[in-house]
Design a binder for this molecule. Structure first.
Ligand SMILES: Nc1ncnc2c1ncn2[C@@H]1O[C@H](COP(=O)(O)OP(=O)(O)O)[C@@H](O)[C@H]1O
Ligand SMILES: N[C@@H](CC(=O)OP(=O)(O)O)C(=O)O
Length: 594
């Protein structure tokens, strides 16, 4: 008999009628012959109401009590949903996180799932019940109630689907699927039939609130197909699976996090170990940083800029303060009126000109780019909050995301073409791990790379577009791009990496660009290598970048450039030290490496 996990988000259980409608959906599935586990979130905005109540009591509530409070939201809904099912003459039992055996670590408000015991659920299902499980919550070793972080019910649902070996995991929500961007922000957004785990992971962590990114980590690890669909209709929604909708389209989605903050730590001595010290202090607070850019100035001092969600600004500034003196930094600046606009696509890595197309779209819309970072399947630009809506619209239009790609495939076509890969061994190996443990799939090194840096890049719209169009015309393949924020003189620096064999040609183009736009100088050097750590959950496991930096600092290796994504962390270093560094990193991560 097949088993289905159905998750109903807050909007889908917001009132009595919606609760009854969710109950009917579950009963219908049971009567169609499935065993049904429901995962339910707090009604409507109840979690926000509870947060607000806590903030009226005091500024800094104990984390344990906060989780005790927030978990009550889900407890209300599961009881009401079970009652609704009873009233419709079907059998249901509601269970809290603790009762479904959801064991987590003790990081209150950001707990990670360690294990789930399924016996009780299986027994209740055998007895003909619909099991109604509370999302978003678990218990630690001492039976303290923990919560998984905002949006965590998706993670509960996918994790349950994984351990129960469910045939389907349906996420019922107030949209009828995953769109090319948030349809509330952009009406022309298009619903996609299929999106890949990798794309959804990036989109979710870059602002697509429709799914919790950790739930996609689970789905990818265990190969759980997710069906995102509407609570209010029966139309087919979007399948999140291993494959992408198109195999050619460079960009498949755009996302925006409107509420970002940029922090710049100024004048850090440019010696090995400094970035490690800074990022270790921030990682210890479990803050996931993004868009890390280091600008090395002429005086041997570096300005390190990065972004964090605005809600984490206070914690991050406090963490920096605790190490500022030790770092030898001359100051810290921040801007909390910035937004991050990103494009994501699995096919991007194999194509040239995608970055310059995005920069051109922003330039034509008059949007100034404050920072840029790229990784293998995403490009992010930091813009002022005021220009963010315009920026999102411009990139969505530039990549024609409102149109179905000519080679788009439906889920049924993809399924029919799938080979019968033997994934069982992998799944068994993963199941033996702590469920949300870090999983690394590879650590590799690419040498024969070169870096080009332009200093004194004017901070105005259109420069990045012009630069990368000129580089593209010269047919130079650019790998990493970072544009930093220069706190001192109002200009910025742009660095990019190319193959060493393209260095001379790149420098020639860079000099022409510098002359055209009155930039301060151009520097370029070969003899660098890129170390790549690939896996699942690299950004949410904030310790990965820290450990990587520690390994490099141990050999007195300076990190020249870094980028992070959900799938990879890349560090650019001196090629002479690359082999030794790769070995050290492999040893340090041995436990997590598949
Ligand atoms: N790319 C996207 N596709 C679909 N919805 C998105 C996307 N990005 C953001 N969203 C937003 O996510 C919302 C659904 O998530 P959420 O409100 O958390 O639902 P639930 O309460 O069901 O968990 C949608 O209403 C939509 O505005
Ligand atoms: N109630 C929690 C958990 C959750 O996942 O909610 P939703 O499914 O409504 O996003 C929250 O608001 O964060």
């Amino acid at each position: 008999m097949s088993l289905i996990v159905q998750k109903f988000g807050g909007t889908s259980v917001a009132d009595v009628e919606k609760i009854q409608s969710a109950a009917r959906k579950a009963i219908r599935a049971q009567r169609a012959g499935h065993r049904v586990v429901m995962v339910v979130s707090a009604m409507g905005k109840n979690t926000d109401t509870l947060l607000d109540l806590a903030s009226q009591i005091g500024d800094d509530p104990p984390a344990r009590e906060m989780d005790m409070l927030l978990s009550t939201g889900e407890q209300v809904s599961v009881a009401l949903v079970a009652m609704a099912i009873h009233s419709m003459d079907a059998k249901a039992v509601s269970l809290t996180g603790g009762q479904i055996g959801m064991k987590t670590d003790n990081s209150f408000s950001k707990a990670r799932i360690e294990s789930i015991s399924t016996e009780r659920i299986e027994r209740l299902l055998d007895d003909g019940n619909i099991v109604v499980a509370a999302g978003f919550q678990g218990v630690d070793d001492e039976l303290n109630i923990t919560t998984l972080g905002r949006g965590g019910s998706d993670t509960t649902a996918v994790a349950l689907a994984a351990v129960l070996g469910a045939d389907a995991c349906e996420i019922y929500t107030d949209v009828d699927g995953v769109y090319t961007t948030d349809p509330r922000k952009l009406p022309e957004a298009r619903r996609v039939e299929v999106v890949s785990y990798d794309e959804m992971l990036e989109l979710a962590s870059l602002g697509a609130g429709v799914m919790h990114s950790r739930s996609i980590e689970f789905a990818k690890k265990f190969g759980v197909p997710i069906h995102v669909r509407s609570s209010f209709s029966d139309t087919e929604g979007t399948m999140i699976v291993a494959e992408s909708e198109s195999t050619t389209q460079p960009v498949s989605g755009a996302a925006m996090t409107a509420e970002e903050a940029r922090i710049t730590v100024l004048g850090v001595p440019d010696v090995p170990g400094k970035s490690q010290q800074l990022f270790a202090a921030i990682a210890a607070c479990k803050v996931a940083i993004d868009m890390v850019v280091q600008n090395v100035g002429q005086s041997g001092k570096a300005d390190i800029s990065f972004t964090v969600p605005r809600g984490e600004l206070k914690t991050t500034l406090a963490a920096i303060d605790s190490v500022k003196v030790d770092l030898g930094a001359s100051g810290v600046t921040h801007d909390d009126k910035v937004s991050k606009v990103s494009v994501v696509g699995s096919n991007m890595a194999a194509q040239t000109g995608v970055a310059s197309q995005m920069f051109r779209a922003l330039a034509d819309a008059g949007v100034n780019i404050q920072m840029i970072t790229t990784s293998e399947i995403k490009i992010s630009a930091l813009v002022s909050k005021q220009q963010s809506a315009k920026a999102l619209q411009a990139v969505h239009a530039a990549f024609g995301l409102h149109q179905r790609p000519a080679d788009a495939k439906s889920w049924s076509q993809i399924k029919a073409e799938r080979g019968k890969a033997d994934v069982q061994t992998l799944v068994d190996r993963l199941r033996a791990d702590a469920l949300e443990a870090l999983t690394l799939t590879g650590i590799s090194m690419t040498d024969n790379q070169a870096r080009v840096t332009l200093h004194g890049v004017p901070d105005k719209p259109g420069i990045a577009a012009d630069m990368f169009e000129m580089i593209g015309k010269a047919e130079i393949f650019v790998d990493m791009i970072v544009q930093g924020y220069d706190g001192e003189d109002g200009s910025t620096s742009v660095s990019f990496t190319v193959r060493e064999s393209d260095l001379a040609a790149s420098l020639k183009v860079a000099q022409a660009i510098a002359k055209k736009h009155g930039m301060r100088d151009v520097q370029g050097a070969g003899g660098i290598a890129k170390i790549t750590v690939s896996g699942i959950g690299l950004r949410s496991h904030t310790s990965v970048a820290t450990l990587l930096f520690e390994c490099l600092a141990a050999d007195q290796t300076n990190v020249e450039m870094i980028n992070t994504s959900e799938l990879q962390v890349n560090a650019v270093i001196d090629a002479a030290k690359a082999n030794q560094a790769t070995e050290r990193i492999k040893k340090a991560f041995a436990d997590s490496l598949l």
